[in-house]
Design a protein around this ligand. Structure first.
Ligand SMILES: [Zn+2]
Ligand SMILES: [Zn+2]
Length: 241
């Protein structure tokens, strides 16, 4: 693994504790190795979620910023995504991600396009738009993340699950409003879901109970164990991370 790759992933550690190094093997990929003996209860590292979004399906429309339940006609005037209030529309979680991406191209989301046959709302296009909003080092890290896309594409359930969201995104949406095109290839869309399935962690938002999918690229490098000797803790901050 080259130095640039190591530096990018290590930069995600906001504890600056230097308690691990990142290595890579041909068959196992990237993994972490402790550089010192660790005491019980000692923090090894911490990182902000690089991206997060509501879990793919919900029983009712929710605010894409705070995840509170909203009425079907409560939408952002700039981009059409479901939103509860003006402060949530202006919050950077929404304003600097999907809202910026869509409103810059004068595209509006149709929330009806997310409704599935069983009347649930499929919010998975939001994960794609938020991932596409990543820039700079975050974008580079996303590009480096393992996706196992080839294997996922052999999985009929995976392809079927994201067939409609991929269509929604390709037209993103209310075509009559604009000729603009975000030009997403099918593989680009499926890769976001493949990266999410391979790496993401879930977290229930404390004030709404809504489950979120959170991208923690450094934490995702930890090996899995049925009897782990370390624990992961998710802390909500007022920075929406
Ligand atoms: Zn809200
Ligand atoms: Zn908006």
């Amino acid at each position: 693994m080259d130095n640039e790759e190591i530096k990018l992933f290590k930069s995600l550690d906001i504890s600056n504790g230097n308690k691990f190094e990142i290595r890579k093997s041909l068959d196992q990929g990237r993994y972490l190795v402790a550089t010192k003996d660790l005491s019980a209860g000692e923090e090894i590292f911490s990182e902000f979620a690089m991206s997060f979004a509501p879990s793919f399906s919900t029983n009712h429309p929710i605010c894409v910023t705070c995840t509170k339940k909203v009425e079907a006609d409560s939408v952002c005037t700039a981009c059409g995504w479901s939103i509860c209030s003006e402060p949530c529309a202006q919050n950077s979680i929404h304003a600097k991600q999907e809202c910026k991406l869509l409103s810059e191209q004068k595209i509006k989301m149709c929330m009806d396009s997310l409704v599935e046959d069983d009347n649930t709302y499929n919010y998975s296009p939001l994960s794609v738009l938020r991932t596409l909003s990543l820039s700079g080092d975050k974008k580079k890290i996303y590009d480096l993340m393992q996706d196992s896309l080839h294997e996922w594409k052999q999985n009929d359930d995976f392809i079927e699950k994201f067939r409609v969201p991929a269509e929604v995104l390709k037209h993103v949406v209310c075509k009559s409003k604009s000729n603009a095109d975000i030009s997403l290839s099918n593989d680009n869309i499926l890769r976001v879901f493949a990266v999410a399935f391979t790496n993401d962690f879930s977290h229930s938002y404390s004030h709404s109970g809504q489950e979120l999918r959170c991208m923690y690229p450094l934490t995702a490098l930890l090996n899995h164990s049925c009897a782990p000797n370390i624990q992961r803790q998710t802390i909500e901050t007022n920075q929406g991370k």
